[in-house]
Design a protein around this ligand. Sequence first.
Ligand code: DAH
Length: 347
Amino acid sequence: MTKEEIAAYISDIKNANIESFKDKAADVEAFRVKYLGKKGIIVELFNQFKTLPNDQKKEMGQLLNQLKVAAQDKVEEFKNYVEENHELDVAHDLTMPADFAQLGSRHVLSVVMNEIIDIFSRIGFTVAESVEIEDDWHLFSALNFPPDHPARDMQDTFFVEKEEGRQEVALRTHTSSVQVRVMENNKPPIRIIAPGRVFRNEAISARAHCIFHQVEALYVDKKVTFADLKQTLLYFAKEMFGEQTQIRLRPSYFPFTEPSAEMDISCNICGGKGCNICKGTGWLEILGCGMVDPNVLESCGIDSKEYTGFALGMGVERMAMLKYQIRDLRLYFENDLRFLKQFDAIV
Ligand code: DAH
């Protein structure tokens, strides 16, 4: 054993590079065994060390220790590397647990929208969809809005730039426009549900947004009555908010329905006793509805003497708010994972 021999080992160790190893984990182990194994180079050198004359022991002892530390440090460095880059070796260890795959989840608005669609489809309604950029006829005129109705006002409607000689075009402000398109293109009986995005020129706040979602339902046939509407509403409310749910109808006004009503449900938070969600009234406003105005049927080419119908429309954001006690509309659109993940379990 010579000083040069030990120095050569030390420099070999220091220069060893894991990049040159083919099978990283196995080659690191071979490297360890070669230097630090029970029959390895270092044990062998220490054995020889015992036989050295005493005057050489100090210097050689120090060198041998340097060699040992260098080998230990290198093995440590290699092991860390293998651990950090373990995927390189996954193929060799079939017992390793699989990486956890993060599952996505549906957005709460899709969950609620699908639930509404599902409830109506169970009583024979099919989904109808239509355009988000609509003309004045389908948005307002065919729905019996008088020419000076405030909903046509610039404050509510996003108008798309008007082209010469063409009628006014806008982002749809409600899904009631789908009613018109369906009635124009189909003969009764008509039983549709129209989910979709709508747009209104509103300042964004906890209670209002310029983009939101509605679901519209329309039923046109011979002898459809207000009693059919009422029973459909009761069925929907119980399916959506629970068997104990009660409904009440308040007279209201919409240009496209006559008579018109707004439906409240008994507050599902306090059970009707009164709380801060229902503002102490025990009731929550849920949707607008009514019997399709004969003018609307006629505008769409349906004989109002032969057919009657009911329609209803609801806001999906509001449904989700009431169902999951969400207090700020903006949460739906911010895509904060902490919010979205709470609905992980809901398919
Ligand atoms: N279109 C109405 C809105 O956006 C909602 C509505 C009310 C729809 C009554 C209807 C209805 O079909 O009958 O506020």
